[in-house]
Design a protein around this ligand. Structure first.
Ligand code: C5P
Length: 413
């Protein structure tokens, strides 16, 4: 594998030649990009000697080859690890700042990124740092450590960069994982649509987009190229995922039809509004003019999933006309089954046949831990061939991983 090691200016930078050595020993190609501060703490010559490559840290250098160096380097690695990751580099990455060579590469790379934080305990435990780390985790960045122990500042506590051998072990484990979706393209919809009545009012629903975003992350982990068509989200889009914003059901319909031919699998997690205003007002409706009551005329939105399923069917019905290729389709159904599993399954069966999709995941939003805004989910995954997989309660990441595992095994292998 090609690994880019990013080094920022924490004292643990002195351990990085050993990290390079271990990565090379494990058979990887390693290049190093660092901040200027890092070079106060570790010798450039040492890094260049162990990596066998020049250490890169300057954004503006005389051109020695065609192209733009930080963009070329950003496209090179299979994985990026920043060790040590200081509070400063973590904050920059969380905000998308790119004010030196390393952070510019980090913003431009499509490769998965790990950080191995190394800093003083107070800096690590500062709410700003913890919040930034959470943001990065939400975007799919891996966090290695930090360990607890003696720190360079003479104190003891969490903040020590993980040992180089541990960092290498975690990367190796990642590379060893199967990637059944490598080379496959997955289109996922997520979040709530907003159907505007006028420029300042809309009809929507409580979807946060967590489930769809968890699926996008899980599909990335399995090696897929992922596009996320999303309405309103309350969580960030994971790194490495192409985000296509779509505010309303009509916009989501347009975006999905635009992207569907480039997808092997479409998972419709979005909570798409079923009705929209028949005649949204171009200007703000005035209460004074409307009076005490307001009657809205709503019309049905297009059923994207059903339309897509139909688009793959033989229009002659005789089995003679060629089928339009379409991605495998997985729908979602939020049902109120009052905790009754057989009723949930029956509702899922009805919806699957009505929609004509290949699989449908139904969850019972009337039970605790399976609702829209919950951190967890559970439910039943039903396939068009009739087989059923019950997914037990877990975090949305865990549910996403087991859903994808079943979907990949049944629809894509
Ligand atoms: O019909 P219902 O809204 O219960 O179906 C839910 C499933 O259908 C979800 O996968 C949702 O993304 C999709 N859907 C759609 N177009 C709509 C409404 C829902 O594709 N207009």
């Amino acid at each position: 594998m090609k690994i880019l090691l990013g080094i920022s200016g924490g004292i643990a930078a002195y351990k990085t030649p050993e990290l390079v050595r271990l990565l090379k020993k494990a058979g990887h190609q390693v290049r190093v990009a660092c901040t200027r501060n890092a070079l106060e703490l570790v010798s450039r010559i040492a890094l260049e000697t162990v990596s066998g490559e020049p250490v890169l840290f300057e954004t503006f250098t005389p051109r020695t080859h065609p192209g733009v160096e930080h963009i070329d380097l950003a496209g090179w690695p299979d994985a990026v690890v920043i060790a040590p990751a200081t509070a400063n580099v973590i904050a920059k990455l969380a905000c998308g700042l790119a004010d030196d060579f390393l952070t510019t590469v980090l913003l431009a790379t499509p490769a998965p990124v790990w950080i191995a934080p190394g800093m003083n305990t107070r800096m690590w435990e500062h709410p700003a740092t913890l919040e930034n780390v959470q943001r990065l985790i939400g975007r799919g960045v891996g966090v290695i450590g930090p360990d607890s122990g003696e720190l360079a500042c003479g104190t003891s506590g969490p903040g020590r960069m993980s040992e180089p051998s541990v960092i290498v072990g975690i990367l190796e484990e990642h590379f060893a994982r199967p990637r059944p979706l490598a080379g496959r393209r997955v289109l996922i919809t997520a979040g709530a649509t907003r159907e505007h009545l006028d420029p300042v009012r809309f009809i929507s629903n409580p979807s946060t987009g967590r489930m769809g975003v968890a699926l996008a992350r899980a599909a990335r982990e399995l090696g897929a190229e992922v596009t996320l068509v999303h309405g309103h989200l309350e969580v960030p889009v994971p790194d490495g995922v192409v985000a296509v914003p779509a505010g309303s059901a009509i916009e989501l319909h347009r975006a999905v039809f635009e992207w569907k031919d480039r997808a092997d699998l479409l998972i419709m997690t979005a909570a798409v509004g079923d009705y929209m205003s028949a005649s949204p007002a171009a200007e703000k409706m005035k209460k004074e003019a409307l009076g005490a009551t307001l009657t809205l005329q709503l019309v049905r939105t297009p059923d994207i999933l059903a339309e897509l399923a139909q688009s793959g069917n033989d229009p002659s019905g005789a089995g003679t006309a060629p089928r339009a290729p379409r991605p495998k389709l997985v729908g979602f159904a939020a049902e109120t089954a009052g905790g009754d599993e057989s009723r949930l399954l029956e509702l899922a069966r009805q919806k699957l046949s009505r929609k004509g999709c290949d699989a449908l995941f139904a969850n019972d939003v009337s039970i605790a831990g399976a609702g829209f805004a919950a951190e967890t989910n559970q439910g039943v995954l039903l396939f068009a061939d009739g087989h059923v997989v019950w997914v037990p309660q877990g975090t949305k990441d865990q549910v996403a991983a087991s859903l994808l595992e079943s979907v990949v095994a049944s629809l894509l292998l």
